[in-house]
Write a protein that binds this ligand. Structure first.
Ligand code: NAD
Length: 286
């Protein structure tokens, strides 16, 4: 069994991004900029935003966080996004989800300029992903593909079982795998007999939010396990959706939690923002 070390790869990617930023500043006078919109006091959201901000600082990006109260109006968030769409110092706009119930999240995400949509949540970019055209791809599944590539794992022709079908994890994960010529199955809360599906899989990619959902008897010998879940266990530790202790010895590769997919998500946010900044510089210079 080999560990897929997302932490190490994320550090390597960060280094590359940082040196690209230096070049972009020197040669084109541009500093990539990321704007984050954080609504409310949810500690997990605040922690994620803080990690993203620190990562931006490490690679030399300009970043700004717009913190808004829980009872903010739809109009106020929309106005902030419109401002960021117009701001030439901002290349990427990220709306930290979830938003409070009074807010129409779809409308908010649709307002982000697709050229600044570094989270890849705008329907324009979703459509480009599904049709296998270049665009912005959601950071978590993009990070999984990078991690697989780093370890020379080719998904072509492999049976992949994606467990979880959200717009930010499962669905884009499935699209990326399909674009890379895998045979893809998507399971979710209403899937009957999950084990029947996971047992057939060469690669299981699970992002659900249920501790120990994937157990030893659900995994075939030498399978590859990608654990996207992040859960807080009773003892306060971060754990994934896979019963790591019992599954690890059975598979050929596995991602740990923490240190697997999580750091890759942040690394992909940085590389998406760099890509947006370069594309914006290209447009300006054209
Ligand atoms: P979500 O609640 O939007 O979606 C959960 C999905 O899991 C749904 O499709 C649901 O049908 C499915 N599901 C729920 N219970 C199930 C069960 N018992 N069996 C099979 N399917 C089931 O959640 P999300 O935003 O997609 O996040 C999923 C998990 O991934 C969470 O643990 C989240 O913290 C984690 N996550 C991790 C990263 C990262 O960087 N590693 C990024 C985003 C989300």
């Amino acid at each position: 069994m080999q560990i897929l070390d997302g932490k190490a790869l994320a550090q390597k990617i960060e280094k590359n991004v940082a040196s690209e930023v230096v070049k972009l500043k020197e040669n084109r006078g541009r500093t990539p900029g990321l704007a984050v919109i954080l609504v409310g006091q949810d500690p997990a959201s605040a922690a994620y935003v803080n990690m993203k901000k620190k990562a931006c600082d490490r690679v030399g990006f300009y970043s700004v966080t717009h913190e808004m109260p829980e009872d903010i109006s739809q109009e106020a968030i929309e106005n902030t996004i419109k401002m960021m769409n117009q701001n030439p110092n901002i290349d990427g706009i990220l709306v930290q989800l979830p938003l409070p119930p009074q807010i129409d999240t779809t409308k908010i995400l649709e307002l982000v300029d697709p050229a600044k949509d570094v989270d890849g949540f705008h329907p324009y970019n979703v459509g480009r992903l599904v049709t296998n055209l270049d665009g912005f791809v959601p950071c978590t599944p993009l990070g999984v593909m990078e991690l697989l590539a780093e370890y020379n794992i080719d998904v072509k022709g492999k049976n992949c079982c994606v467990v979880g079908a959200s717009n930010i994890v499962g669905k884009p994960m499935a699209s990326l795998l399909l674009n890379a010529d895998a045979t893809v199955e998507i399971c979710h809360i209403f899937t009957d007999d999950l084990k029947k599906h996971t047992l057939q899989a060469d690669i299981i990619l699970v992002g659900v939010g249920v501790i120990n959902l994937i157990k030893e008897d659900m995994v075939k010998e030498d399978a590859i396990i990608i654990d996207i879940g992040i859960n807080r266990a009773e003892n306060g530790k971060l754990v994934g959706d896979v019963d790591f202790e019992n599954v690890a010895s059975k598979c050929s590769y596995i991602t740990p939690v923490p240190g697997g997919v999580g750091p890759m998500t942040i690394a992909m946010l940085l590389s998406n923002t760099l890509k947006a900044a370069k594309q914006s510089a290209d447009k300006e210079e054209a």
